[in-house]
Design a protein around this ligand. Structure first.
Ligand code: NI
Length: 131
């Protein structure tokens, strides 16, 4: 297990997690918040709008589930558009650019070490934050 900060209280008396309540606490776009850990993976919530930076994750797949709104993931092999209740897995190493015309709420499932901008870096990079 990696030496990462872990959310408290999972094994004993962990309250249920209400995704809408967590999302209501998120004000910024493109800034994922970790709401649970599953072994060495994070469950992250993010609100998105506009265009994110094109990037890839060399070592891991990335899971997207749209909770509300509409997300398009631009990739060289073709774009994928996800609506509420739809999911997609971007394979490791594949360049992807998430875009959303209107505010969209997304659940991500990915290793706790994943950085949001992958190999691209830049000003949209944010640290891992638990919520
Ligand atoms: Ni990504």
């Amino acid at each position: 297990m990696r030496d990462l900060p872990r959310l408290q209280g999972y094994r004993y008396g962990m309250p249920s997690v209400n995704l809408d309540a967590k999302l209501a606490l998120i004000g910024e776009h493109w800034s994922p918040r970790t709401v649970a850990t599953v072994n060495d993976y994070d469950v992250r919530l993010v609100k998105v709008q506009g265009e994110f930076v094109r990037h890839r994750h060399a070592d891991t797949d990335e899971f997207f589930l749209v909770l509300d709104g509409e997300l398009t993931i631009r990739m060289d092999g073709g774009d994928v558009t996800l609506r509420k209740g739809e999911m997609y897995v971007v394979p490791r190493g594949v360049e992807h650019q998430p875009v959303a015309a209107t505010e969209t709420k997304v659940l991500l499932f990915e290793p706790s070490t994943v950085v949001n901008t992958g190999d691209a870096g830049g000003e949209l990079t944010v640290p891992r934050v638990e919520l």
